[in-house]
Design a protein. Structure first.
Length: 357
């Protein structure tokens, strides 16, 4: 298996944006049910899904939109990433831990946190840490990401902080625990850019916080222009984050049913609200049922296209994957952009308007 990790290389000086083309819809309810996150590899797309109520696992699908198989067993999974060796890491806010699994379906070890069952039985385990608020303890972890040394950064949501562990589960430090104006209130998503700076989605404060590689607060952003005027619309419940090869920042704006894009400086670029078409596997299912065909004909067709509470967003090369949580599918877009060198673009003006002469 070839791992195609999200890019964190040095982005170009500037880019020419050609646009964002809707590409495809993959999955459907009963296959990618309540999809929370995903990982792209060369041949397989791994989709992290939740069950109705408690439960969840990882579903394998491919670009032919075929349901391959499923593995893993989680209580309330949130996010999933894969390291350079092919190991999956899955945050589980119900079990207050991060699970690690190999990709052949065999349940791996649980190196970070301690499962709820172990806490209740009060038995000794080989797991690292336990539920709580002390160093190395976790309370409802959500977002996870690797730093440049492939240490694991975990958003410890219930404790309003970010902790760093080695991949074998050894606690290193609490890297973000700000107070004052930068205090986190139910942080959720996390991403690391090419400079090693850490971005955290601050759910209840409706913003994105940026920190340096040591966890020192730099700035926040999250406003969205309503028009060419001065009205702004704030993020609401920002969840998963991703950074593409151009340095653009993608935010799953969950309560607003959209994905918002900012440039590497935190300036608003655009947003997606959904353009879904019928997936291949969905078409096969619907065509087999006259009753479902009639119900679909009677329903509101416009809402089928829209995103519903997207939990995360992932970028791989030029592709943008949006796990469409409430619609049980992946919406896939393709970005068109062209790198520019410093010599190819005019210097930043000191005034807001640039006229051609």
């Amino acid at each position: 298996m070839t791992q195609q990790k999200e890019k964190t290389n040095q982005p170009p000086f500037a880019i020419l944006r050609g646009g964002y083309k809707y590409k495809e819809t993959l999955g459907m309810r009963r296959v990618t049910t309540y999809c929370m996150d995903m990982v792209e590899t060369k041949d397989v797309l791994y989709v992290l899904i939740r069950a109705d109520g408690s439960g969840g696992n990882i579903r394998r699908i491919n670009w032919k939109d075929e349901d391959l198989d499923v593995f893993g067993n989680f209580k309330w999974p949130v996010q999933m990433i894969q390291d350079s060796n092919g190991m999956f890491y899955v945050s589980d806010e119900g079990d207050h831990c991060v699970h690690a699994l190999i990709d052949d379906g065999e349940k791996g070890y649980v190196p970070i946190g301690q499962t709820a069952e172990a806490q209740e039985s009060n038995t000794k385990t080989s797991k690292i840490g336990e539920y709580g608020s002390g160093e190395g303890q976790l309370d409802s972890p959500s977002g996870i990401a690797f730093d440049h040394e492939e240490n694991l950064l975990i958003v410890d949501t219930g404790n309003n902080r970010v902790q760093k562990f080695s991949k074998d589960g050894k606690f290193i430090e609490t890297i973000i625990k700000d107070d004052g104006e930068a205090a986190l209130d139910m942080p959720w998503g996390i991403a690391v850019n090419h400079n090693g700076e850490i971005l955290v989605s601050d759910w209840r404060n409706n913003r994105i916080n940026k920190y340096d590689s040591n966890g020192k607060y730099i700035s926040s952003f999250g406003e969205i222009p309503k028009s060419l005027g001065e009205d702004f619309i704030q993020l609401s419940g920002p969840a998963g984050l991703s950074i593409d090869e151009d340095g653009d920042i993608y935010v799953a704006d969950r309560n607003n049913d959209r994905v918002v894009i900012y440039d590497k400086e935190g300036k608003y670029v655009t947003q997606f609200t959904g353009d879904a078409t019928l997936s291949k596997i969905g078409k096969t299912y619907i065509m087999s049922s006259p009753r479902v065909l009639r119900l679909r004909e009677m329903s509101n067709r416009e809402v089928w296209r829209k995103l519903r509470a997207p939990a995360s967003v992932r970028t791989y090369g030029k592709l943008i994957y949006i796990p469409d949580f409430g619609c049980h599918r992946l919406q896939v877009y393709e970005k068109e952009s062209y790198p520019l060198t410093k010599d190819e673009i005019f210097e930043q003006p000191n005034h807001p308007t640039l006229y051609n002469v």
